[in-house]
Design a protein around this ligand. Structure first.
Ligand code: NAD
Length: 494
């Protein structure tokens, strides 16, 4: 792949990042310096990030608030042009971004390529939508023939807070939507992946987004995220991350003594797949392995709990064992690698604790092997257990751990209810060749994205929008037709 050459070309690059306020990079802040090392090899330095402090956050909001009137009054087509140019710049710099994504987030080369592609798609999708839907007011005609004009405008300063697992795509998805809709933005990336977000903001400025419209404040949730979402001037928050953090932000917003504002939260899941006895075993296992272990299980859509109908369970479990023995875990730049590292030592330790505790109360189905190269980084061996019930799982386990539950044909509705009762509602996979069965499951389940007779990986901007229900998020779905509207206010002239 030409991108393997890029990864080599940027193998020794050290990136530097810091807050960007009014177009100026602050490398000396009162905040901490965060040293970025590669998740697959902690001896490999990737760069340094000067974290923002609470004063930087206030300053960033000041600047964004001042810039709001000018940016929001620009025609939507002009705002869109800046984002279209950004998309072009991202494409021109794909080699560097792939290398950076791979080294900072530990993603495989293919995952890194997909990451940049999705970021580009988000920018073009929201830019295009704003340029088509927000330029002319819509004429609404009453029954008596009178007309009124409906138009959309920004809301003010939006806070965008993103996770590390899609460090460019989700980061830019939020920011480009907020900007396209006419808001100015204060963006906080996840602390683990500030370097790639910083490069994206540099390109955004180069693309012509005014220095006042986009502020960048890297740092921790506590030191930067919390003061950002407590500030009275924030007119909306776009957040993607864990359910616990969303709840914390929600409380922060509610405690503010000012008007309520939109809170777009895309959060965690307890994603299941239901397999009945009509399913094709080889196809099921291919999709299970990919859904549970791709990206080391660090996708919000990833499969966590596989429900297999009793009659077919031995066959499926046997095939899963075989497939897991073939999984290659290791350095993510190798084409032979199926599963790379997890994001950091804290994530690894949490997963290992979970695996250890299940070893005492469930039966181990299989555990993939780690080779010697894994010792330098934060790796977790893909592991599968049979568990008696989904109730054993209290939290989302964000990594390569699969849990299998057997059920009898007569228990199908109970299975769906148990999945619904977790309160999460992100993705559900179904493998069945019986149309009545999968239609029934699809209707009864409360999830945002349902995948039938395929893997449970992913989303496609514009055609397969993504987002959850209940504890998994507020909607509207990212990359769908309604997301952008949530960043606006609508005004009627009668
Ligand atoms: P996280 O909740 O730990 O962090 C997300 C972001 O919130 C980070 O930028 C973090 O610094 C910030 N944050 C933390 N505490 C904060 C606070 N008190 N106030 C404001 N901001 C704060 O999540 P993570 O570990 O970065 O990401 C993994 C999680 O994201 C998983 O739960 C995954 O399911 C979820 N996720 C969901 C989707 C989706 O579309 N539904 C997509 C990707 C990831």
């Amino acid at each position: 792949s030409p991108f393997s050459a890029s990864v080599k070309a940027f193998a020794d690059t050290q990136w530097q990042a810091g807050p960007i306020i009014n177009g100026k990079v602050r490398t000396e802040t009162e905040g901490k310096i965060y040293a970025v090392t590669a998740p697959y090899d902690r001896n490999e330095n990737v760069g340094n990030v000067a974290f923002a402090n609470a004063d930087n956050v206030v300053e960033a909001i000041d600047v964004a608030a001042q810039a709001y009137p000018e940016w929001s009054q620009r025609p939507a087509t002009e705002r869109a042009q800046c984002l279209m140019r950004l998309a072009d710049l991202l494409e021109e710099n794909t080699g560097e971004l792939v290398a950076l994504c791979h080294r900072e987030a530990g993603k495989t080369i293919q995952d890194s390529i997909d990451e940049i592609r999705e970021a580009v798609d988000f920018c073009r999708f929201y830019a295009d939508q704003a340029a088509t839907e927000f330029v002319q007011p819509k004429t609404l005609t009453a029954f008596d023939g009178t007309t009124q004009q409906l138009s959309y405008q920004g809301r003010g300063v939006f806070a965008c807070i993103s996770p590390w697992n899609f460090p460019l795509a989700i980061f830019l998805g939020q920011v480009s939507a907020a900007l396209a809709a006419g808001n100015t933005v204060v963006a906080k990336p996840a602390e683990q992946t500030s370097l790639i977000a910083f490069r994206a903001i540099e390109m955004m400025l180069e693309a012509g987004v005014p220095a006042g419209a986009i502020q960048f404040v890297p740092g921790t949730g506590q030191e930067v995220g919390a003061p950002l979402t407590s500030d009275l001037r924030i007119a909306g928050v776009a957040f993607t991350g864990s359910t616990e953090t969303a709840q914390r932000i929600n409380r922060n917003l509610a405690a503010r003594d000012c008007e309520p504002v939109p809170f777009i939260a895309e959060t965690g899941g307890q994603n299941a797949m239901i397999v009945d006895s009509t399913a094709l075993p080889e196809q099921v296992v291919r999709d299970v392995v990919r859904s549970a272990f791709a990206s080391a299980g660090q996708r919000c859509s990833a499969l966590r709990v596989l429900f297999v109908q009793q009659d077919i369970a031995d066959r499926i479990v046997g095939l899963i064992k075989g497939a897991m023995a073939e999984l290659s875990v290791g350095r993510p730049e190798l084409h032979s690698t199926d599963v790379g590292p997890v994001i950091d030592a804290a994530a690894r330790d949490k997963l290992l604790t979970h695996i250890q505790s299940l070893k005492n109360q469930a039966s181990l189905v299989a555990q993939a092997k780690l080779d010697a190269s894994c010792q330098a980084g934060d790796f977790v061996a893909p592991t599968a257990f049979e568990i008696p019930s989904i109730d054993v799982l209290k939290n989302e386990n964000f990594g390569p751990v699969l849990h299998i539950v057997r059920f009898k044909a007569s228990e199908l509705d109970q299975v769906i209810d148990q999945i619904n009762n977790t309160g999460f509602g992100l993705t559900l996979g179904v493998h069945s060749r019986n149309e009545r069965t999968y239609s029934h499951i699809e209707r009864r389940a409360r999830v945002g994205n349902c995948y039938i007779n395929r893997d449970q990986v992913g989303a496609v901007v514009g055609v397969q929008p993504f987002g959850g229900q209940g504890l998994s998020g507020t909607g509207p779905k990212a990359g769908g037709p309604h997301y952008l509207y949530r960043f606006t206010q609508d005004v009627v002239k009668a």
